[in-house]
Ligand binder design. Sequence first.
Ligand SMILES: Cc1cc2nc3c(=O)[nH]c(=O)nc-3n(C[C@H](O)[C@H](O)[C@H](O)COP(=O)(O)OP(=O)(O)OC[C@H]3O[C@@H](n4cnc5c(N)ncnc54)[C@H](O)[C@@H]3O)c2cc1C
Length: 386
Amino acid sequence: MKSAVFDVCVSGSGAVARALALALSGQGWRVALACEPGSLAPREHDIRTYALNARAIAVLERLRIWPQLKQFASPVHEMCVKGDKGGELSFSAWQQCVSELAWIVDAGALERLLGDAIRYAPHVTQIDAVEGEALPVQAALLAVCEGKHSRTREALGASFSRREYGHWGLAARLKASRPHAGVARQWFRSPDVLALLPFHDPEPGASYGLVWSLPQERARQWLAEPAEVFEVGLMEAIRESDPAGAAQVGQLRLHGTPAAWPLAVAQASPWSGPGWVLLGDAAHQVHPLAGQGLNLGLADVDTLAAVLREAREREPWRSPGDERLLRRYERARWMPTRAMAGLTDGLLHLFAQDQGVVRELRNTGMGLLNQWSPLKRWLVGQALDR
Ligand SMILES: Cc1cc2nc3c(=O)[nH]c(=O)nc-3n(C[C@H](O)[C@H](O)[C@H](O)COP(=O)(O)OP(=O)(O)OC[C@H]3O[C@@H](n4cnc5c(N)ncnc54)[C@H](O)[C@@H]3O)c2cc1C
């Protein structure tokens, strides 16, 4: 194939690559999207539900994806977090003066709608990325959105320091016997963390997306169990942590087959160089306990698109691959991703300790934080990334 010339080549097949290709094409850049063959067609069902924050929703609104995706989304009005010895922390949208704390979206629907939009985007050319072969394009900027296992990142010489937690994130869809009332629930059970995200599918008003991070061996065992045994084990875990919460949730039934992903914390360095840049999980990976991985990736997209747009207006002599521009993006995104990785990692470590004093302190700390509205408001502001 003859080499074609583009402003930006986006390499990747996930939500971050798709969102970036759309955002840049919306600004009039000529974009090549190099993705795995067939990956834009509807794929195998992804059982995950994602919690998306205000900034991620704003990005999807600008990409004109949100009106359709909203039909596959449920708002979170309240969040209830429980410790492992009476500690409790709750947030509500009305106390924080926001209409919702987050939206829970269907992972498959998000990718599908982004893929549909790309098919009609005026300046995006989709090309097949074939492993081991050079891309048949020339572009001023190569934006690498290939996820945590990116080969291109490695070829560009960026390091990726990665620490495995030895835990898997187990995801499933659940039907509940009682309405969820827009309440998300999370239990820190040391060492596992269990979260129920209110959703509307399969049962409107009474479904949840489960995210349960637990030691790899136990995750493997749960995946091998028949549905009835899984359901009993899940209910027992919730009841053991929080009998009142278990009663509010009601009986949970599995819908579909659970799946699990290995969990790690990782950070690439550097994130950019002459003519290339990293975004999304290719640049950073965080534990899903705060539901922030994709939110960070969509914030990367937003920031890079803004840097390139501003540069075109104010410094039109610069090419999109100009290292100075890419460093502006890297500087803007480095701190927020480091902070989120530090926060999730710190919480995990705190709740992994089983000495009595530490347990007492962390639960007391949760109670104190719960009564301190300004700090709570600040925390919610960080999570919403407004
Ligand atoms: C259990 C679980 C729950 C989660 N919940 C949340 C949540 O509630 N909220 C949230 O914000 N985040 C959540 N996350 C994190 C979120 O899933 C990731 O951060 C997000 O999917 C990263 O998107 P990405 O596009 O950067 O990478 P990926 O989704 O990994 O996509 C990259 C894609 O590019 C492909 N690829 C690789 N190499 C190439 C190549 N050379 N050419 C073309 N394509 C290539 C890969 O195969 C892959 O399909 C969760 C994660 C897990 C595991």
